[in-house]
Design a binder for this molecule. Structure first.
Ligand SMILES: NC(=O)C1=CN([C@@H]2O[C@H](COP(=O)(O)OP(=O)(O)OC[C@H]3O[C@@H](n4cnc5c(N)ncnc54)[C@H](OP(=O)(O)O)[C@@H]3O)[C@@H](O)[C@H]2O)C=CC1
Ligand SMILES: CC(C)(CO)C(=O)C(=O)O
Length: 321
């Protein structure tokens, strides 16, 4: 099985590393800067909050699809690990590097990016996937997993084969048939991405302050109300049910520290991907996360002032670029 990672940055390189270690054939489609870093450091190094460390070199590092006619029609599976707003423009490139029986797996957070491309690729097996953990890109081509969780992929024969390779090599991988609860449930957790970027603190430190948790609880309550109105069930990613999360967040510090032990059992350095975007002066995905709460809320007549305010705050930070 020939696998490509299209847009290999933080999560794409982490996924590529796990797949290569699992003895799968993996090529990266990435920016020249990432290629240079990987070559200079003799491969991608994966590390995690439990002390895991391994370096591996992917099969190929491709920076310009147009210059590489040997990859036309080559890939059986393509993981798209671009940011949400980068997805809609790559349909032609995906068609060039795949064949009729290929699977294309979209790994974006939030809502809207999959819809922005799926009609252009309707003859393919299009799937979605989730990265439930945080990946921080560090110097020397080191990609650090800061929180717990395993890649979660929508079921088909390709993803089931990939799961088997990952599990056989000591990495977990979950397979789910119905992905709507996965995507909507992940969005509930991603409501913290923007708040983490605004507070400019590691997630663990950010959540130790009651006033930060209170805003997150309010943003989450809005999304839970929207999902209830839309009759959408949310996948449970944490030890407690999604609907209980705001109540847990609103506990006083002492009780929160005890009851939310799992939520706080993360790398003290872990931040959200939106924090990384703001730091790197990149466009963020706020429109696909808090912005999605606002737009779907409007459709169902649910007021979402907290998420609206968060969108505006992030837009201001983006304008400082
Ligand atoms: N980072 C994290 O911890 C997590 C991220 N996610 C989600 O995963 C998705 C991917 O995020 P992440 O991995 O952080 O994103 P990154 O920005 O780190 O990776 C995307 C990479 O693709 C590059 N790129 C953009 N366009 C092209 C192109 N046409 N050809 C080749 N390379 C291209 C980007 O370069 P450039 O920057 O120059 O555009 C960047 O290097 C997002 O939806 C995010 O929300 C989910 C869970 C955790
Ligand atoms: C894993 C999590 C929730 C960490 O904040 C994330 O999805 C992100 O950073 O984008």
């Amino acid at each position: 099985m020939n696998i490509a990672i299209f847009g290999a940055g933080s999560t794409g390189c982490y996924l590529a590393g796990q797949l290569c270690i699992s003895e799968l054939q993996v090529s990266l489609i990435c920016r020249p800067a990432i290629k240079q870093k990987i070559i200079a450091n003799n491969g991608i190094t994966l590390t995690d909050y439990n002390g895991f460390k391994q370096t591996i070199m992917p099969q190929a590092l491709i920076t310009d699809i147009n210059q590489e006619s040997s990859i036309y029609g080559k890939f059986d599976v393509v993981f798209v690990t671009l940011k949400c707003h980068q997805v809609s423009s790559i349909a032609n490139q995906l068609m060039a590097i795949t064949h009729d029986n290929s699977s294309i797996i979209f790994m974006q957070n939030g809502l809207g990016s999959f819809d922005s491309i799926k009609d252009s690729l309707d003859h393919y097996s299009l799937l979605q996937g989730i990265t439930p953990f945080n990946v921080l890109q560090l110097p020397n081509a080191v990609f650090h997993k800061g929180t717990e969780g395993v890649f979660t992929l929508q079921a088909n024969p390709h993803t089931i084969a990939i799961q088997s390779a990952l599990v056989n090599h000591g990495f977990g991988c979950d397979i789910e048939a119905d992905f709507t609860p996965m995507i909507y449930g992940k969005l509930l957790l991603n409501l913290n991405n923007a708040l983490n970027a605004v507070t400019d603190l590691p997630i663990k430190q950010q959540l130790s302050h009651y006033k930060n948790r209170r805003i997150l609880a309010k943003a989450m309550k809005e999304w839970l109300a929207v999902c209830e109105a839309a009759d959408i069930q949310l996948h449970q990613y944490t030890k407690v049910k999604p609907s209980w999360l705001p109540t847990i967040l609103l506990l006083p510090n002492v009780l929160f520290t005890v009851l939310a032990k799992q939520m706080l059992d993360i790398d003290p350095k872990a931040r959200s991907s939106m924090w990384e975007d703001i730091q790197a002066k990149r466009k963020t995905e706020v429109d696909y996360i808090n912005g999605a709460v606002v737009s779907i809320g409007k459709k169902y007549g649910i007021k979402t002032p907290v998420n609206q305010a968060i969108v505006e705050q992030i837009k201001q930070l983006e304008q400082r670029h």
